[in-house]
Design a protein around this ligand. Structure first.
Ligand SMILES: Cc1cc2nc3c(=O)[nH]c(=O)nc-3n(C[C@H](O)[C@H](O)[C@H](O)COP(=O)(O)OP(=O)(O)OC[C@H]3O[C@@H](n4cnc5c(N)ncnc54)[C@H](O)[C@@H]3O)c2cc1C
Length: 362
């Protein structure tokens, strides 16, 4: 009987498993498919900067923990597994329109370095075409290659003795046990539900829902920093590839596929923003299902009605950047310690506030 059974082997489940195992817990992770092949595989891997000591909101504190620890965590995974997750601090430029005029104040309060750029200064740094809004250079933006990071996480968990059960879906909790899709019963000291967009099925309560995002990958000359324009962005991979994201389609439900319109919209955005991409070849495109929540914040904490079931799901557009902070508080929660970040804003039974305005959108 493991100390902790985790349902869902995406970035949230596996980062939590890794940290729990490193702390001495015996851990088993169950995934209904392959590990790390859903939203955590599909994402763009943008890691905005942050500062947990100065951030005002809990979600920004989790982002700050991720920002501060991602470089060291990446090195730790590489040392343990030999797999490079592609983490690099590439810098970014944010373009803000009038409705986000208050955002630089949030960055300043957190102590994030940024510099306002005139349009000509921005053009000297990047081969820009049309880019609406005021531009801000933010050197602390970083990125990770999601599929590489997930491979490293799976290998690191295996090295630490985490028991990994792929193709083993969980169905429900009953009589203190987890019932698998094949009706086998698993008992554990504690359970962590980290099944991404599918988590509501096991909670048997609404809350988390899928929000499809499509991505296009281009090969050709491009920008050198992450360019963020509202919900759209360009992420140069540094090897001739540029990722263009992303659509936001809650109406698509669980239909994980690209559409000709979605990809065409992304290509038009890329060519408008960096005209040199007009001659870039479309290398690939894909879609993923973000785990959405009513107010955009994740659910992290105990599941009411059970004394040993916890949830960590609903990380929406930010599960990669929030993964290390989430794993940290999950470890604290599951080992009975006070959490280093207040969890009220993440409670399952919270009243959803009007959309929480975070300092970064991805
Ligand atoms: C297009 C796109 C771009 C994104 N860009 C970024 C970005 O730049 N930066 C960032 O921080 N975030 C980004 N995100 C968001 C981020 O990818 C997600 O928030 C994060 O991956 C969620 O991780 P997860 O582990 O909760 O879910 P998932 O990765 O979806 O993992 C959930 C796992 O649970 C398993 N599962 C489901 N049901 C069951 C069951 N019944 N039993 C067992 N297993 C089950 C699934 O098979 C899956 O492996 C992006 C997402 C998308 C789609």
């Amino acid at each position: 009987m493991p100390d902790v059974a985790i349902i869902g082997g995406g970035i949230i489940g596996l980062t939590s498993a890794y940290h729990l195992a490193r702390g001495g817990a015996s851990v088993a992770v169950y995934d209904r498919g392959d590990f790390g092949k859903e939203a955590s595989w599909a994402g763009a891997g943008i890691l905005p900067p942050g500062n947990p000591d100065r951030a005002a909101m809990s979600i920004d504190k989790l982002r700050g923990i991720g920002s501060q620890r991602f470089a060291a965590f990446s090195a730790e995974l590489r040392d343990l597994t030999g797999i490079d997750n592609g983490y690099r601090r590439c810098g970014g430029i944010e373009f803000l329109t009038a409705e986000d005029a208050d955002v630089p104040g949030v960055w300043a309060a957190e102590g994030i370095s940024f510099e306002h750029l005139s349009a000509s200064e921005a053009r000297k740094l990047e081969p820009l075409g049309e880019a609406e809004g005021e531009s801000y250079l933010i050197p602390g933006f970083a990125q990770v290659r999601n599929p590489w990071h997930m491979r490293a996480l799976v290998a690191a968990c295996a090295k630490l003795g985490v028991r990994l059960y792929p193709n083993t879906g969980a169905e429900r909790f009953a009589d203190g046990a987890l019932v698998l899709a094949n009706e086998e019963r698993v008992t554990a000291g504690r359970y962590l539900l980290a099944a991404g967009a599918w988590s509501a099925n096991l909670l048997r309560a609404p809350g988390v829902f899928p929000v499809r995002g499509q991505i296009a990958l281009l090969r050709g000359a491009s920008c050198s920093r992450v360019l963020m324009l509202g919900k759209r962005y360009l992420v140069p991979r540094g090897d001739g590839l540029t990722l263009v994201g992303s659509t936001e389609e809650p109406e698509a439900g669980f239909e994980k596929r690209t559409t000709p319109e979605g990809v065409a919209e992304l290509l038009a955005f890329a060519r408008r923003t960096v005209p040199a991409l007009a001659s870039a070849a479309l290398e690939a495109s894909w879609a993923g299902l973000r785990p959405g929540s009513p107010d955009g914040s994740p659910f992290i904490g105990p599941v009411p009605g059970w004394d040993n079931v916890f949830v960590a799901a609903g990380h929406f557009r930010a599960g990669v950047q929030l993964s290390i902070g989430t794993a940290q508080v999950v470890c604290e929660l599951l080992t009975g310690k006070p959490t280093s970040v207040a969890l009220e804003a993440f409670a399952l039974d919270r009243k959803p506030e009007a959309n929480v305005k975070s300092a970064f959108r991805s």
